[in-house]
Write a protein of this length. Structure first.
Length: 128
């Protein structure tokens, strides 16, 4: 039980040099505003300092990106233009996607509640 080498990976606290215990945090924000639950990491039992291995950081990044995908939503009202309907693309989103005026996009229905707007891939642009 007291053997430090037993688990293979021994992590020491950078602040107080205490051995850090492998733990699972109930909640942790790897990126501000995006709370993750049940996050594995290492915690110093003396000062509470946290440490994550490279693999754990990769995992938190991946989970945060997934969370962003589901959180990053905008509310817009449908407007009319000629015979069609118009939904404006928020400037933040356009910037995030680097979407420019004149670019070709494809609109795909998704079940009965919505649609997906997707940038047309370079290769396909000429067809249709
Ligand atoms: Zn410590």
């Amino acid at each position: 039980m007291l053997s430090a080498k037993k688990k293979g990976l021994e992590v020491r606290c950078l602040r107080c040099n205490e051995r850090m215990n492998e733990t699972v945090l109930d909640r942790y924000e790897y990126m501000e505003g995006f709370q993750l639950f049940k996050v594995p990491g290492f915690q110093c039992k003396r000062c509470g300092n946290l440490f994550f291995t490279e693999r754990q950081v990769d995992d938190m990044e991946r989970r945060t990106e997934e969370l962003k995908m589901h959180t990053f939503a905008f509310r817009r009202t449908v407007a009319v233009s000629g015979k069609g309907l118009v939904v404006r693309v928020p400037s933040d989103l356009a910037e995030h996607l680097n979407l420019k005026e004149g670019e070709a996009v494809r609109i795909l229905p998704v079940n009965h509640d919505g649609f997906l707007v997707e940038r047309e891939k370079e290769g396909r642009r000429s067809s249709k």
